[in-house]
Design a protein around this ligand. Structure first.
Ligand code: 2AM
Length: 178
């Protein structure tokens, strides 16, 4: 099987993506440089896995982790600083349901031999990378959305365009949760 660059993410409803797209436009206008997330690519990463041939094993792990649906709320903007420009993001309010889902996935993947992120999880939605600006507005509308599924995504680059493809979606019912 071919290597794929994979990550597990929560997709965002259109209303949230439209709101964030407006924030990205505002950020773009006040930035001297940066690469900004396309509206259709906006998502909340749960776990970045990287290059692997083992998509089937990941799907089995996901299918055993199906808690009940839960809500998330946007919190504030923030940035990870880099000398070549910052990663600018919108954060998510603390959510025990989100933390639990993320840590169960990490544990399941680690048990199956995947190397995953060991740093603490900082849930964020990336608006732009390599951004240089002194004017990143920090207020965010505290919009809430329901998470009723999460998805294994493949990150591909087609003719220089970053494309995320859905490989498998796990619907949160709370019924099949192991
Ligand atoms: P982000 O959440 O800060 O945007 C696909 O690349 C997704 O996985 C992106 O959302 C990306 O970052 C996240 N990710 C986490 N760690 C990564 C890494 N080491 N390399 C690439 N992407 C990573």
């Amino acid at each position: 099987m071919a290597q794929k660059r994979l990550f597990i993410a929560i997709s965002l409803p259109e209303t949230i993506r439209a709101y964030l797209a407006r924030r990205i436009e505002a950020l773009r206008r006040c930035a001297s440089c940066g690469s900004f997330t396309h509206e259709e690519n906006l998502h909340l990463t749960l776990v970045f896995i990287g290059e692997t041939e083992r998509a089937g094993d990941i799907i089995k792990i996901m299918d055993g982790i199906c808690p009940a649906p839960f809500s998330l709320t946007l919190s504030r903007t923030g940035k990870f600083s880099h000398s070549r420009g910052d990663i600018c993001w919108v954060g998510i309010k603390e959510s025990p349901a989100l933390s639990s889902l993320q840590s169960r996935l990490i544990k399941g993947l680690a048990t199956a031999g995947f190397l995953t992120e060991e740093r603490p999880y900082h849930p964020h939605i990336t608006l732009g990378r390599g951004v240089k600006t002194d004017n990143f507005e920090d207020r965010v509308s505290e919009l809430t959305f329901l998470v009723s599924d999460y998805t294994l995504m493949e990150s591909t680059n087609e003719n220089g365009k970053l494309i995320y493809k859905e490989i498998h979606t796990c619907h949160l019912s709370g019924k099949k949760d192991l």
